[in-house]
Design a binder for this molecule. Structure first.
Ligand code: ADP
Ligand code: MG
Length: 240
């Protein structure tokens, strides 16, 4: 697995008159588990969707592996995104949900078989391949969504509040699973959350967003001990 950096250079995005991202600069290191933390409405999803290619910025550059991908379509960017709602196909089996992206890309049958098998093994769901999503627990559905994204072998993994639909106990367990998997794969991962504790306990480094602006970037302990402004101090210092 090649580890690639992701860089945002002076990125601005507005919806009409409303400026949603204000001059965002970020340097995400190859192989890093990076958290985007901020309150609801701070622009986290907008920034993640922009990196994935579903939103377009009006100014600035987005570099993945050193290349400006601003003009590229989502499928040309080698990124995989897991949505908050999972967005699984209810009428398809777990296997077919995971195979979907490869079938769409017209991968050969044997390749699909091998890759889907490996992805399901990675998330410990091999024995559930024939089930429908509705026959799985929330945590298992979340793992299907992850497998479906990983099967296309992205260079960057984007997770938008992937654990927020789970109850607290499962959330803490899945958090560790996710981190262990990320460490095994070494995949550059950007993880959006509004949960301070989740970011603090998992991220190599994190950025705190407020009103579309990056307030501070650094290791969790650094932000906790040396916040640059009262917003960061309050937000990072308040545990759920
Ligand atoms: P977060 O994920 O941090 O909760 P979002 O990125 O979803 O925040 O939203 C940031 C801001 O952008 C919010 O004020 C939201 O209302 C606004 N916004 C998001 N999407 C759109 C859209 N498609 N059109 C207009 N405004 C939007
Ligand atoms: Mg959001």
């Amino acid at each position: 697995m090649k580890k690639v950096p992701v860089q945002c250079r002076n990125i601005r995005l507005s919806y009409g008159e409303t400026e949603v991202l204000k001059d965002v600069n970020l340097d995400i290191e190859p192989g890093e588990f990076f958290a985007l933390l901020g309150p609801s409405g701070s622009g986290k999803s907008t920034l993640l969707r922009l990196i994935a290619g579903f939103n377009r910025h009006q100014q600035g550059q987005l570099l993945i592996d050193g290349q400006d991908v601003s003009a590229k379509a989502p499928w040309e960017r080698n990124v995989g995104m897991v949505f908050q709602s999972y967005a699984l196909w209810p009428h398809l089996s777990v296997w077919d949900n995971v195979a979907f992206g490869l079938v769409e890309r017209k991968a050969p049958k044997q390749v699909i078989k091998e890759k889907v098998g490996a992805a399901l093994e990675l998330v410990s769901l091999s024995q559930y391949a024939e089930r429908r999503p509705s026959q799985l627990s929330g945590g298992q559905q979340q793992r299907v969504a992850l497998a479906r994204t990983l099967v296309i072998e992205p260079q960057v993994l984007l997770l938008d509040e992937p654990l927020s639909n789970l109850d607290k106990t499962l959330r803490v367990q899945m958090r560790q699973e996710l981190l262990a998997m990320q460490r095994r794969l070494g995949l550059t991962t950007i993880f959006v959350t509004h949960d301070q504790e989740e970011a603090m306990t998992t991220a190599d480094r994190m950025a705190v967003l407020d009103k579309g602006g990056v307030q501070q970037v650094g290791a969790p302990a650094t932000l906790y001990d040396y916040p640059v402004n009262p917003f960061v101090a309050n937000f990072v210092g308040t545990m759920n």
